[in-house]
Design a protein around this ligand. Structure first.
Ligand code: 9Z3
Length: 401
């Protein structure tokens, strides 16, 4: 059997999309997106498709278990806010329940909205003499007003469209549909692919219908639940297996490289495509990001390391300077529980081949925005990216004049 990874991109696309039915929400999402895009085409406004959060890989058709990844959607949600600030309209294709632009400041357990609230002293209300109004605590008023105004502006002016997905297949269907719908935007379209998309999946044909059983079930109850799935999830036994226990061996296929199809087929002519490359090994990051740019011939790969992603990224471009580091100045770095600050600079390969102290010009660039916790690197990434998009649009207009 030929693996999707070994096929030509267009063939892999059709095999992949034929395996699944489109997500139920897709027609509704398409209608919303069509209206949103029409509106912004009419106003000659740029539209960015931001993808955000992780994708799941279900192990069963009636899904009880799935494989997931770490992404909370911080990069995507934060970037969306800075794109809106730059005048872009944003289609925010995100993993359901991951962070959202604006509400991210007051959500999940790290920024629980209840911690920002208080109850004011009771007023003379005969019916409820001990009830005070719910208010925002005084120390958060300014920040919340600012976030609220930006949020309301985006909402009232139709600048932000939120579209959720969960599985990797749903993500693929949504991405393809959105890219095709964006065609009337031409070079005003930008793709900013920050979602952490699974590289592996279980093809529908090999997926168990029902919950995979961890213990043998009596023969008279087996029915359809076992059949082929016994072979798929081979319960490889230990040398001396504990009675009635199985090992789950998950056999995954590579997800077809959708970036090929996005760049060569789905996306509008003249649009800009930006992908992210995530690595954990500093010595691989630049190499892998360059390889991705060469392979898909798009416009920009933003490389980041899991451990330093909140403080540094690298722009890999086809044009000089080819490799450009963007860093939050040391004194302005936010705290991060999962981050490892010592690793900042390690992935920057110096001439001579070894990793040394970073040479980045951007170390001393004054930050353009600030939050409670320091400078968000997206406040540096987005303006730089917009400059590149400006240049692309300029070139295109010169050509057509
Ligand atoms: C990224 O590299 C994003 O920056 C992060 C953001 C996922 C690291 P968080 O959501 O994290 O803020 O916690 N996204 C792309 C990762 C990815 O899957 N890239 C593919 C690859 O590396 C190419 S499309 O092969």
């Amino acid at each position: 059997m030929t693996l999707l990874g070994d096929m030509e991109p267009a063939e892999a696309e059709s095999v992949y999309f034929n395996e699944y039915s489109a997500p139920k929400a897709l027609p509704k999402h398409e209608a919303l997106a069509r209206a949103f895009i029409d509106l912004h085409v009419e106003d000659n406004r740029r539209v960015v498709l931001v993808t955000s959060g992780g994708t799941t890989v279900p192990l069963e058709t009636q899904t009880v278990r799935f494989i997931d990844n770490f992404s909370a959607g911080t990069r995507g949600a934060t970037s969306a806010e800075y794109f809106l600030q730059q005048g872009y309209a944003v289609i925010f294709l995100h993993r359901q329940y991951s962070l959202l632009p604006y509400s991210r400041h007051y959500s999940h357990s790290t920024n629980c909205f209840l911690d920002f609230m208080d109850e004011a002293p009771p007023t003379a209300d005969a019916a409820n003499p001990d009830h005070g109004s719910i208010v925002v605590r005084s120390e958060y008023q300014d920040e919340m007003r600012d976030v609220l105004r930006k949020y309301r502006y985006a909402k009232q002016n139709n600048r932000l469209l939120l579209l959720p997905f969960t599985t990797v297949a749903e993500y693929m269907f949504e991405l393809r549909a959105m890219a095709k719908l964006m065609r009337p935007l031409g070079s005003n379209a930008l793709f900013y692919l920050a979602a952490a998309v699974s590289d592996f999946f279980i093809p529908r044909s090999r997926m168990a219908e029902h919950k995979i059983q961890s213990q043998e079930i009596p023969a008279h109850l087996q029915g359809d639940t076992v059949d082929d799935s016994e072979e798929i999830y081979t319960g490889e036994n230990e040398i001396q297996p504990p009675k009635n226990q199985k090992k789950l061996v998950v056999n995954l296929d590579p997800v077809p490289k959708f970036l090929h199809r996005l760049v060569d087929g789905w996306a509008p002519d003249g649009s800009m495509v930006v992908s992210f490359k995530l690595e954990t090994d500093p010595s691989l990051l630049v190499y892998k990001a360059r390889t991705a740019l060469q392979r898909y011939s798009h416009h920009l790969v933003i490389g980041n390391l899991l451990s330093t992603r909140k403080w540094e990224v690298v722009f890999i471009t086809p044009d000089a300077p080819h490799e450009r580091w963007i860093r939050v100045p040391k004194a302005r770095r936010s705290k991060s529980i999962s981050g490892v600050e010592d690793q900042v600079g390690l992935a920057e390969i110096q001439k001579g081949g070894s990793a040394q102290k970073p040479t980045s010009q951007t170390e001393d660039v004054p930050p353009s925005d600030e939050t409670r916790d320091g400078v968000e690197i997206e406040s540096l990434i987005i303006p730089e990216l917009v400059k590149l998009h400006d240049k692309m649009i300029e070139k295109k207009t010169q050509k057509t004049e």
